[in-house]
Design a protein. Structure first.
Length: 261
């Protein structure tokens, strides 16, 4: 190798090392920001209202309590539907992706239907369910989105009235019978909620309720003498409601970040 080639190689190496040194001295540009999804905190107290549609299957047997159906015995079935609306209040706590809570609701509705007696065309039988209260435990999955999927179950009561009108051809002509009270039962439900803005929560929920409303002791007709009794009763109520709640949340969201949305 001659001296000219060795010199050329040396010059090339010197130029390359100089370019590397200049590049190392250049200022480093800002690192592009990475978008961080919003953190939703579902913990806290909430209060709101709901409204929707309810339908039902209500059955009962009614008769004079003589130990048999020889005097007066009738099986009845009703399928009324109505608007349902009311309010809810609850408290919940988020642990990682899971949300546990308890909720109380009151709902007004008008499941009311009357039909002619099968035993006498001058007599009628009615039922009315116009109020439901419930206390539920809620269990939900939040993930890292503004959606909350949840299921609920608990105790419920319903205000139920059975109304009997005995016409001129009835077993006890010209009397009226009423049996009205709150009856206990149970409920199951599921729904989805979406935090649309800060603490404002929209939701859609399906609920099922079940009640029995037998009379424990015979009830009096309006004459104050004759009695009747209800047995074999069952009330299945279904409801789909839209919900709007305001969440008064506090504490830290999952991951230690203080955030409401």
């Amino acid at each position: 190798m001659n001296k000219l080639s060795i010199g050329s190689i040396a010059v090339a190496l010197a130029l390359a090392l100089g370019n590397v040194a200049q590049a190392a001295d250049l200022p480093v540009g800002p690192v592009p920001a990475v978008a961080v999804p919003p953190v939703v905190n579902w913990s806290g107290l909430y209060i709101g209202g709901h409204g929707g549609f309810a339908w039902s299957r209500l059955i009962y047997s009614v008769g004079i309590p003589d130990g048999s159906c020889g005097v007066f015995c009738e099986d009845l079935s009703f399928n009324p539907s109505s608007f349902i609306g009311g309010g809810q209040i609850g408290w919940q706590s988020q642990v990682d992706l899971w949300v546990l809570g308890i909720e109380a609701t009151w709902s007004g509705l008008d499941l009311h239907q009357t039909q002619q007696s099968a035993l006498d065309s001058t007599s009628s039988r009615s039922i009315k369910l116009n109020g439901i209260t419930a206390v539920d435990a809620r269990f939900g999955f939040a993930g890292w989105t503004p959606f909350l999927l949840y299921a609920k179950a608990g105790f419920a009561t319903a205000h139920i009235n059975v109304h009997l009108v005995e016409g001129p051809g009835g077993v006890v002509p010209g009397v009226i019978g009423n049996a009205t009270r709150w009856h206990g039962g149970w409920t199951l439900g599921a729904g989805i909620e979406y935090m649309v803005w800060q603490n404002l929560v929209l939701g859609l929920e399906f609920d099922f309720y079940n009640f029995a409303f037998d009379t424990k002791t015979p009830a009096l007709f309006s004459d104050g003498i004759d009695t009747f009794q209800i047995w074999g009763s069952n009330a299945d109520v279904y409801a789909v409601t839209a919900r709007l709640s305001y969440l008064f949340n506090w504490g830290k969201a999952p991951g230690g970040l203080v955030a409401k949305y």
